[in-house]
Design a protein around this ligand. Sequence first.
Ligand code: GTB
Length: 217
Amino acid sequence: MNPTITAFALSPDEGQGQARDMRVRWAFEEVDQPYDVRLVSFAEMKDPAHLALHPFGQIPTYEEDDLALFESGAIVFHIAERHPGLLPTDADARARAVGWMFAALNTIEPTILEAEAAEYLEGDKPWYVQRVPLIEARIRTRLGELSARLGDAEWLDGNFSAADLLMVTVLRRLEGSEILREHANLTAYVERATRRPAYQRAFATQLAVFEAASRAV
Ligand code: GTB
């Protein structure tokens, strides 16, 4: 049986691949693992059946036989552990790749999410305009450091790995923003990764969900 993941029945990003099922779809495509998708509405995500899979009532989830997982990073790691191609076989290189996976989700992503949460939750508050430059400065600091480390390299540490997959999905949250464009090597890194056939297939499948849902309403 194929693993089954959950994804938005109607993604608020209108199929631009920003929801976190995109990471999982991309990982499946990189390792050539077929998978099924169960689409859920916002209301269904808060149902007891979904909460049993995901304590925070979110997507994505992963189910295979008796195993149920939540957290996109853990799911991508699980896929990368069970299939060749997304993590180096050399133990030290693998440990470094896992370190970069954590860096993507624990060091880079929070700064970007802070900006999104501030706009979404505090955009109408009097302090918002003062907060924005502070948040953007924190993103700029992290991207500057990341850019310096990446330099002219193609990928974060040797061959493309789950670390690049996660890092690029995180950086894509800044697509179209000046902050990402300030670093030519990061912009090229995102473009290089998103040209991968596996990425293109994953993007197309999640976009097709949104297009079908839009036709139905
Ligand atoms: N840390 C968790 C993980 O990585 O899996 C975070 C999961 C998460 O935030 N899931 C979101 C969710 O289910 C969807 S991806 N939200 C519903 C809820 O909390 O009730 C976040 C997301 C949503 C929308 C856009 N967008 O429209 O651009 C981008 C990202």
